[in-house]
Write a protein that binds this ligand. Structure first.
Ligand code: KIV
Ligand code: NA
Length: 265
């Protein structure tokens, strides 16, 4: 038993041990995930979709991210907690980025932050790292830029974008980031990036040649329903199982079967 730190993640890469990472937005789920032995919990801005029902990650606020993050931190014993800086909380200038990162660290008790992008946010990353806050990068399909991309399809299939991505990954390593998420890029490119840098590359839709994997928990346990990207493996069909349980409860209440003699005072 030992607590996962940013240092142990880099050591895991060195030792060839893969890193497991999933999302969490609330206390109860985080407690189950930490107890199961997950290495890293990401309080992702995917909470905007999964928790709040927005179409994109753009609407979620810093206050809302802090609420989710503090709920997760209260649940965990062992894993490392990473929190997304939400859209609008770091793009304007490096000082604002640092203020946002400090608020997350102070008000939630999380261990690190993640933000999307490479060279365009270099100064912000520097400033946050200078304050002693560990930073995870995020390249490839960066959902906060969805209106620039236009679609959620695979990124960096063309030479130019692939070269830029490699440059950005090298930059993130040079700046001192402790890891980088690579989302929805060709497996060959992801593997090349993982070989080129010494910090862990955590893939989502990036194939098996990287140092770890992340998925959105609600997707991998099948709670979400109409989302079938190729990279997603479903470990449960909770949408079906939960619907069945809820229907049974409704039937039992309607029929008067619940509660029975033993289920009352
Ligand atoms: O917000 C999120 O869930 C993420 C992961 C998919 C990497 O950023
Ligand atoms: Na995110």
């Amino acid at each position: 038993y030992k607590k996962v730190t940013v240092k142990s993640l880099v050591d895991m890469k060195k030792n060839g041990e893969k890193i497991s990472m999933l999302t969490a937005y609330d206390f109860t789920m985080a407690k189950i995930l930490d107890g199961a032995g997950i290495d890293v919990l990401l309080v992702g801005d995917s909470a905007s979709n999964v928790m709040a029902g927005h179409e994109t990650t753009l609407p979620i606020t810093l206050d809302q991210m802090i609420y989710h993050a503090s709920s997760v931190v209260r649940a965990i014993d062992r894993c490392l907690v990473v929190v997304d800086l939400p859209f609008g909380s770091y793009q304007s200038d490096p000082k604002e980025a640092l203020r946002s990162a400090i608020r997350i660290m102070k008000e939630s008790g999380a261990h690190s932050i993640k933000l999307e992008g490479g060279k365009e946010i270099k100064e912000s990353i520097k400033r946050i790292l200078n304050a002693g806050i560990p930073v995870m990068g995020h390249l490839g399909l960066t959902p906060q830029s969805i209106y620039k991309f236009g679609t959620y399809t695979v990124r960096a299939k063309e030479e130019e974008e692939a070269e830029q991505l490699m440059e950005d990954a090298l930059l993130l390593e040079r700046l001192g980031c402790f890891a980088v998420v690579l989302e929805k890029v060709p497996a060959k490119l992801a593997q090349k990036v993982a070989k080129a840098i010494s910090i862990p590359v955590i893939g989502i839709g990036g194939g098996n040649g990287v140092d770890g994997q992340v998925l959105v928990t609600h997707d991998m346990i099948g709670m979400t329903h109409e989302f079938h990207p190729r990279f997603l493996r479903r470990y449960l069909d909770l949408y079906k199982d939960m619907t069945g349980a809820f229907k049974s409860y409704i039937d039992d209440v309607k029929s008067g079967d619940f509660p029975n003699e033993k289920e009352q005072y």
